[in-house]
Design a protein around this ligand. Structure first.
Ligand code: NAP
Length: 278
């Protein structure tokens, strides 16, 4: 049997075990996927333990995506570029860190909205961990990425850390209606990567929905609730919309490719996630 799991703290809310187990079962694979709560001071021990126990791979979630890096023996170029790891492969005594968040985002948008990002002007709201993965992917696709964040200084950090020779493709913006209104007509895709709209901020939007144009695709990477207020208002305006379930499923699918060299049954993963959400 091949062993997999997800490490994080907290971990009980993670939908990854349900999603991966459903896909393994559908293919009749002899694999198990476990949620594993790790204390921050036990991260090194947890990785060495998983290696010693013969685990094939792990996913990594909050708060360990960056913290895990010093304990790895190798990083893929993608993970190094964003300084974040969500997938680990144990192979030939190596512990290899990879990130599938950016690719997962790209594939979900392609599959659900038919979006090809190449050369587009895209607004990313937020400059946290998820934003870094998405911005890095969009830069590779030659997008001009407008980044608006509550804490402006964080955008400068993102540029310093991940833009490499593509800093001229990033336009930093204050998260204010006035500033956004000046550029909105140029934007073809709006992406919310902030946590504004999640359960505790359910009645809020990260930007005023009045700014949206009906020809803009609006993606919110929040998946709980399934439809954030931003998405509901965007849909009412006639914008094509997408929630965060697709990114969650596709980053998992890209983990399978890294671990096993195969693509899982995507429809099974979607169904497992949707059935688990309120
Ligand atoms: P993070 O690193 O903590 O970043 C949070 C971001 O939200 C920051 O830009 C922060 O701005 C902003 N923010 C938080 N509260 C705000 C407020 N009241 N007003 C304005 N901005 C606010 O978190 P993360 O890991 O990137 O995750 C962000 C969201 O993405 C979460 O909802 C998470 O569930 C979701 N996510 C989804 C997937 C998926 O697969 N669908 C994957 C990863 C994450 P400041 O810099 O000003 O603090």
């Amino acid at each position: 049997m091949k062993l997999f799991g997800v490490i994080g703290n907290p971990i009980s809310h993670s939908l990854s075990p349900i999603m991966h187990e459903a896909a393994f079962k559908a293919l009749g694979k002899s694999c198990a996927y476990l949620p594993m709560l790790v204390e921050p001071n036990q991260l090194d021990a947890a990785l060495k333990g998983a290696a010693a126990l013969g685990f094939t791979g792990l996913n990594v979630t909050i708060p360990f995506k960056e913290q895990v890096i010093p304990y790895l023996t190798e990083l893929t170029d993608g993970a190094r570029a964003i300084g974040s790891v969500n997938t680990i492969l144990f192979k030939d005594n190596q512990i290899i860190g990879h990130s599938t968040d950016g690719l997962g985002f790209q594939w979900a948008a392609k599959e659900e909205l038919g979006l090809e990002f190449s050369n587009r002007r895209v607004l990313v709201i937020g400059a946290g961990g998820a934003a870094r993965a998405i911005i890095s992917q969009l830069l590779k696709l030659n997008c001009i990425v407008y980044v608006a964040n509550r804490t402006f200084a964080k955008i400068e950090r993102v540029i310093r850390d991940i833009a490499q020779n593509r800093a001229n493709q990033i336009v930093p913006l204050e998260l204010s209606t006035n500033k956004l209104a000046q550029v909105m007509h140029q934007i073809s895709v709006v992406i919310n990567t902030t946590s504004v709209g999640m359960q505790e901020t359910k009645g809020q939007t990260p930007i005023s929905a009045d700014l949206l144009h009906s020809n803009q695709a609006v993606i919110d990477i929040i998946y709980n609730p399934k439809e954030s207020l931003l998405l509901r208002l965007a849909k009412e305006k006639g914008c094509p919309t997408q929630n965060g379930v697709g990114m969650l499923v596709w980053q998992a699918a890209k983990s399978w490719e890294f671990w096993l060299g195969i693509t899982p049954p995507i429809d099974v993963m979607y169904a497992a996630v949707k059935a688990s959400l309120p």
